[in-house]
Design a protein around this ligand. Structure first.
Ligand SMILES: *Cc1c(COP(=O)(O)O)cnc(C)c1O
Length: 223
């Protein structure tokens, strides 16, 4: 990993984020899936706000290797109930919570944990996320069970069509506002600027920061 190249990219991204932010400060989540522990250590050294990981075993192995010096780990991949127990202690924020059984399991294994509810705002069947009409109920269930809902999370359309991306992000921002939630985790390397314009509070950046991923985990929704 070319550390000075990553530092330079981060500096440029931070400028872009500062210039484009429409809702106060925007956090940078460095998505380290597909990269080794050195990416986590580097993100820590460069002051990234969070680490994003998608796969349970990869996250556990990597974070164990790094030790305690790392930004808070945000889990952003498909969640399976049977993996949650092993992730407690590694994960600080669960971003991809999209159904009642996952809320129940997190509340049981990690009382009071911080979560985002993931919204499928594009209608794409291969995407994770709760349908928009189910979001209010899921947020309420989470809060009732003692979890802290930081906000909503979403992934833009796979084809990156700018108008569809804008519509998806705007609808998630509006839904968060309606529910009184400040956080909106949206925007990746390819749709960062649209997310900023539509009121994101956290962007999740992988390739724009670290370069192409070495392993076959480029598509966020394909395991
Ligand atoms: C992989 C992934 C990202 C980062 O994707 P890039 O295009 O590399 O920035 C962000 N969010 C989620 C949910 C992902 O799976």
């Amino acid at each position: 990993m070319d550390e000075s190249a990553v530092a330079q990219r981060l500096a440029n991204l931070r400028r872009l984020v500062a210039a484009g932010a429409t809702r106060g400060p925007v956090a940078v989540c460095a998505v380290t899936k597909g990269f080794g522990p050195e990416a986590v250590t580097l993100a820590h050294r460069l002051g990234c706000d969070a680490i994003g990981e998608n796969y349970a075993q990869e996250a556990i192995t990597k974070i164990t290797a790094v030790g305690s010096a790392h930004p808070p780990v945000h889990f952003i991949g498909r969640l399976q109930s049977n993996k949650i127990r092993s992730l407690v202690g590694v994960v600080s924020v669960w971003q991809s919570v999209d159904r009642a059984s996952i809320v129940e399991e997190i509340a049981k294994r990690s009382a009071g944990a911080r979560i985002y509810v993931q919204v499928n705002a594009t209608g794409e069947s291969d995407k994770g996320g709760c349908e928009p009409r189910g979001v209010a109920g899921l947020v309420e269930q989470a809060q009732r069970s003692g979890l802290v809902v930081d906000g909503l999370m979403t992934v833009g359309p796979t084809d990156e069509d700018p108008q569809r991306t804008r519509d998806a992000f705007a609808s998630v921002r509006a839904l968060a506002d309606q529910l009184g939630l400040v956080g909106c985790s949206m925007g990746m390397s390819g749709d960062l600027e649209i997310a900023l314009a539509e009121g994101t509070t956290m962007v999740r950046l992988g390739t724009a920061l670290f370069g192409e991923r070495p392993s076959a985990t480029r598509n966020p929704e394909v395991i």
